[in-house]
Design a protein around this ligand. Structure first.
Ligand code: ADP
Ligand code: ASP
Ligand code: MG
Length: 439
């Protein structure tokens, strides 16, 4: 049995619903379907989820959201009419508008309605069972998912042989309130459903033919990566390749369920296979799997003479950050200096307090902070066996005039991470891509 998840662009209009149905008909094992809210139909169009957040913001500040709500409602009603469904969402939509107007709905519940209506329509179109995620994705108080309870609840509800459609992105708190995952979270719902039902494969259908070696919005027509390990995927998605939500790896890897990223608009393309390991080596010359990155990091750097001989300096720095509930992404260090690299958004609010506390508790000789840093990662399971890769990376960047602000390599040699100025971000990715990949 296969669990198949369709992202926003695959749910954008009636034409996309037809493609989804064709994909399901082509393989009778595709029985459990997880869907996102309707995404963009064309560039410049709006994602339903964005409109729902916008609607909530209006209401919060006492502004009528009628216009935005009508855009949302008509997207779904158009699909309903165009597919000639018997199901009529209109009464439910009117009910929702009333609750919005009387401020009787939380932000999470309101934005979750995007996937809810998608799933309702898709279930009606396919003649499948609708299984509400509020009835099985069970959050703990701390926002993690209670997997055991959730899996049992889903197994209890899904009639597998029959076919089921499940809305992604949300679940329920112990007190019954709807809660959503972070953005892009329908991927997690799909992974949880695959794990709960012990699927043979988790297919994730999107608008690109797999994970590409670089972000297609930065590099022109990048090659698709045929095979990726769970470890590499974790690195790639954490460091920026947001094809698949970074947290969707855990449930499937625990059960060793392979993930196959596929393209709804090009169903014959094999896409990317993700699993624990691969036998043989299809492409021995390719030792970087992918290049990703994110902008807007800050580096806090400090130096202190004799630091390498003193116990506890790094601990003190980290405990200041811990007190402010800030997690650190990278900790590059030298003998008498250390830096911590973290997303600017996470330190912005408390930065001056944090700097003052580090100054007081660590008493460094120098203490600086740099903003507008982008972190770029070259990821590849085969880098561990290849000497000279970092050299090649630095030569390529150097000859393009890109200054490297920070370097960090994981002990497992699965990635090489370096910091550049935000302004050099795209260029760094393009330079690396062309120096490594087109060979
Ligand atoms: P969905 O709505 O199906 O979940 P997303 O928009 O979340 O789709 O993810 C797919 C998009 O991710 C692609 O359209 C592409 O623009 C973007 N993307 C960024 N980096 C990569 C990459 N390395 N490989 C493939 N797609 C990428
Ligand atoms: N619709 C949600 C979002 O836009 C979840 C998802 O698409 O995965 O973030
Ligand atoms: Mg997504």
């Amino acid at each position: 049995m296969k669990v198949v998840k369709f992202g926003g662009s695959s749910m954008a209009d009636a034409g996309q619903y037809r493609k989804v149905r064709d994909i399901l008909m082509a393989d009778p094992q595709r029985k459990v379907v997880v869907v996102s809210a309707a995404g963009k139909r064309f560039s410049g169009d709006h994602k339903i989820t964005d409109l729902l957040y916008l609607c909530y913001a209006h209401v919060k500040y006492g502004v009528d959201c009628g216009g935005v709500f009508d855009m949302i409602a008509s997207r779904y009603l158009d699909i309903q009419h165009e597919l000639g469904l018997e199901l009529d969402l209109e009464p439910e939509l009117l009910e929702l508008k009333k609750r919005i107007d009387s401020k009787q709905i939380s932000q999470d519940e309101l934005v979750s309605r995007g996937e809810y209506y998608s799933a309702k329509l898709m279930a009606a179109y396919l003649g499948f069972q609708f299984v509400d995620s509020a009835d099985w994705v069970k959050f703990n108080m701390d926002g993690t998912v209670d997997q055991e309870k959730s899996y049992a609840a889903l197994r209890h509800q899904v009639l597998v042989g029959y076919g089921a459609v499940i809305p992604g992105f949300y679940g329920v708190m112990p007190n019954g309130a709807i809660r959503t995952f972070s953005r892009g979270g329908s991927d997690i719902t799909g992974a949880l459903a695959a794990a709960a039902l012990n699927a043979d494969v988790y297919e994730n259908w999107t608008d690109v033919s797999g994970i590409l070696m670089a972000d297609p919005r930065i590099v022109d027509d990048p090659q698709a990566i045929p095979e990726v390990t769970y470890d590499e995927l974790r690195e790639l998605s954490y460091s920026g390749a947001q094809v698949l939500h970074e947290d969707s790896v855990f449930p499937v890897r625990e059960k060793n369920i392979p993930v196959n990223i596929r393209n709804t608009n090009d169903p014959s393309a094999p896409g990317t296979m993700i699993q624990a390991k691969f036998e043989g080596d299809h492409d021995p010359d390719r030792f970087i799997t992918g290049i990703t990155g994110k902008k807007d990091f800050s580096i806090i750097s400090l130096s202190k003479r004799g630091m390498s001989n003193q116990v506890g300096t790094l601990r003190k720095v980290l405990s200041v950050l811990e007190r402010h509930n800030i997690s650190v992404d990278y900790v590059p260090n030298g003998i008498d200096n250390v830096s911590v690299v973290l997303p600017t958004a996470s330190v912005e609010k408390d930065l001056f307090t944090i700097m003052a506390e580090i100054q007081r508790e660590v008493e460094p000789d120098t203490l600086d902070v740099h903003h507008q840093i982008a972190v770029v990662a070259a990821v590849g399971r085969k880098m561990a066996f290849r000497p000279g890769i970092s050299g090649k990376i630095f030569a390529a960047l150097g000859s393009s005039g890109i200054n490297i602000r920070m370097i960090n390599q994981g002990p497992d040699e699965l990635n090489i991470i370096f910091g550049v100025d935000n302004k050099d971000f795209k260029n760094a990715i393009r330079v690396l891509y062309s120096s490594f990949i087109t060979k």
